[in-house]
Design a protein around this ligand. Structure first.
Ligand code: EPU
Length: 421
C-alpha cells in the first residue's frame, strides 16, 4: 500500500497528454468476447482496473498481450463462462462480461458485485434487460447464473440512465435474434466508443449518440481494432490541478466535447480556457477562485466522477458553494478527509456546502475510493506544508501514474512504497 507525499504550493504548469479512458477500456475489453479471434485496442491506459479486467479475461481463457498501450485480446480459446468472486470483488465493472458470455455461449456465471465504498450500486437494470431478452436468471450463493438459448430482441426501457446496463444490454443484443430497442440509453462517450467498436466487429446499431439505440442482431461478429477515447475524468482532474494551484495547463490530445460541463464551470470559477482543435489550454486568471455550484448529472452534465475533485477546488474559493450529487447520493467519503486539511464542508443528504477558506494546511489523509483520492491529491497540491495521501492503491485503479504526470507539470509529489500505508 503506497502513499503519496506532497509538498504543496507549486504551480501546475505545462503540457500533457491525456491517457486512454478507463471506463471505455473496461467496456471494450469484454466486448472482444463477442467474436472469436484477435481484437486490438489501441490507447489502452496502464492502470490497475485494466489489469484486473485482463486477469478476469485470462481466467475465461482469453489470451492477452499488452505493450505500449496496445492491448491484443485473442478470444479463440475461451474455456470458462465463470467470473468468480475473487475477480469481481476487486472491480464492479467485471459484471460487463455477463452480456457477452451469455449471448455468445448461452450461459454465464458471474459473482454479484455487491456494494461499493460509498454505498449501494444496483445492477437490477442489467438483469431485467437480459430477462426481457429471454434469459433465465437465478441468483444463488452470491452469483448470477444466467442461461438462454439464443437471446431474442426486445424493447427495453431503463428507468434510470445507466452506463453499465446500456453497455451490457448493447453487447448482449448484437448477437441476439431480432431487433432490440434500448430507450433511455446512456449517452456517455465511453458507450459511443463501445458502440463504434461493435460496429467495426460487424454489429448493426442505429441511434449511436442518442438515448434510443436500435440493434439488429447478427449471427456472428468478427474481431476488430479500435482507438480508446481519452479519459475525460483524468482530463478534468488535471485541469483542476492547474486551477487550484493558480497555474496553467495545456491538454494536448483532448477534445472539449467530452467535458463541456466541467469547462463551463471552470470558466465560471475564474479560469480562462482556450480551445485550439484537440488542445485545451487553461489558465487561472482571477485574483481568487470564484465559488461555483455544481450538480452532477448524466452526460453531458457535470460528471459524478468529478464531484470530489470539484469539492476540493471549491474548498479554497472566495465564498460559499454547493456540490449536489444526483447520481450517487452518498458519494462524500472525501469530505471528512478534506476537513482534516482545513476545509470547511458540511454534508446534508446529497448536498455538500463548502465555505471557502483562505488556505489548506497539509496533513495525513486517507484515500477511501478512486475519485476521493484524486480530490485529496488536488487539495494536497494547494495546501501549505506536507500532505501524505495514504492508500493510493485506490488512485492506481483509475489513473495512469498520476504522480509522474503531476511531477512533469511542476508538482512536488513522491510515491513512497510501503506495506503499512
Ligand atoms: N442504477 C440502478 N440500477 C442499475 C444500474 C444503475 O439503479 O441496474 C443507478 C445507479 O445506482 C446510479 C445510476 O443508475 O444512481 C447510474 O449508474 P451507472 O449504471 O451509470 O453506473 P456504472 O455503470 O456502475 C459507470 C462508471 C462509474 C461512473 C458511473 C456514472 C464504469 C466502469 N463505471 O458506473 O465510474 O461513476 O458510470 O457515470 O464505466 C469511476 O470511474 O470512478 C466510476 C465510479
Amino acid at each position: 500500500m503506497d502513499k503519496f507525499v506532497i509538498h504543496g504550493g507549486n504551480r501546475i504548469s505545462g503540457s500533457i497528454e491525456v491517457s486512454g479512458a478507463k471506463n471505455a477500456s473496461l467496456a471494450l475489453m469484454p466486448a472482444s468476447i463477442l467474436a472469436s479471434g484477435s481484437s486490438i485496442l489501441h490507447n489502452t491506459p496502464e492502470l490497475n482496473d485494466v489489469y484486473t479486467m485482463m486477469k478476469l479475461l485470462n481466467h475465461l481463457g482469453v489470451e492477452t498481450d499488452f505493450q505500449n498501450h496496445t492491448l491484443r485480446l485473442n478470444t479463440g480459446k475461451i474455456v470458462s463462462r465463470d467470473a468468480p468472486y475473487e475477480h469481481v470483488k476487486k472491480m464492479r465493472a467485471s459484471v460487463y462480461v455477463l452480456g457477452p458470455l451469455l449471448t455468445r455461449f448461452g450461459t454465464a456465471k458471474v459473482s454479484l458485485p455487491g456494494g461499493c465504498a460509498w454505498g449501494p450500486r444496483p445492477i437490477n437494470l442489467h438483469l431485467e434487460g437480459l430477462k426481457k431478452m429471454g434469459a433465465e436468471i437465478d441468483l444463488s450463493e452470491g452469483y448470477i447464473i444466467a442461461r438462454s438459448n439464443r437471446l431474442s430482441g426486445a424493447k427495453i426501457y431503463f428507468d434510470v440512465s445507466s452506463v453499465g446496463a446500456t453497455g451490457n444490454i448493447l453487447m448482449a443484443a448484437v448477437l441476439a435474434k431480432g431487433t432490440t430497442a434500448i430507450n433511455n440509453a446512456a449517452l456517455e462517450p465511453e458507450i459511443t466508443n463501445l458502440a463504434e467498436f461493435l460496429l467495426k466487429m460487424g454489429a448493426k446499431i442505429n441511434g449511436i449518440n442518442t438515448s434510443s439505440l436500435e440493434i439488429e442482431g447478427v449471427d456472428e461478429l468478427k474481431p476488430a481494432e479500435i482507438n480508446t477515447i481519452p479519459d475525460r475524468i483524468e482530463a478534468g482532474t488535471l485541469l483542476i490541478a492547474a486551477a487550484i494551484t493558480r497555474g496553467e495547463i495545456t491538454l494536448e490530445n483532448f477534445s472539449p466535447k467530452y467535458c463541456e460541463a466541467v469547462l463551463a464551470k471552470l470558466e465560471s470559477s475564474g479560469c480562462k480556457i482556450i480551445v485550439d482543435g484537440n488542445k485545451i489550454h487553461l489558465k487561472n486568471v482571477s485574483d481568487g477562485i470564484l465559488p461555483s455550484d455544481v450538480t452532477t448529472a448524466i452526460y453531458p452534465g457535470f460528471p459524478t466522477d468529478m464531484q470530489a475533485q470539484w469539492t476540493a477546488y471549491m474548498s479554497i474559493a472566495d465564498g460559499t458553494s454547493t456540490v449536489t450529487d444526483t447520481i450517487y447520493l452518498d458519494r462524500f467519503k472525501h469530505v471528512p478527509e478534506l476537513v482534516r486539511l482545513g476545509a470547511s464542508i458540511s454534508v446534508n443528504e446529497n448536498i455538500a456546502v463548502i465555505k471557502g477558506t483562505k488556505k489548506l494546511l497539509g496533513a495525513k489523509v486517507m484515500s477511501t475510493d478512486l475519485r476521493a483520492s484524486a480530490s485529496l491529491v488536488l487539495a494536497g497540491l494547494a495546501a501549505e506544508g506536507t500532505t501524505e495521501v495514504l492508500r493510493v492503491y485506490h488512485l492506481d485503479r483509475g489513473y495512469q501514474r498520476i504522480e509522474e504526470k503531476l511531477r512533469t507539470l511542476g508538482a512536488d509529489i513522491q510515491r513512497v512504497e510501503g506495506k503499512e500505508y
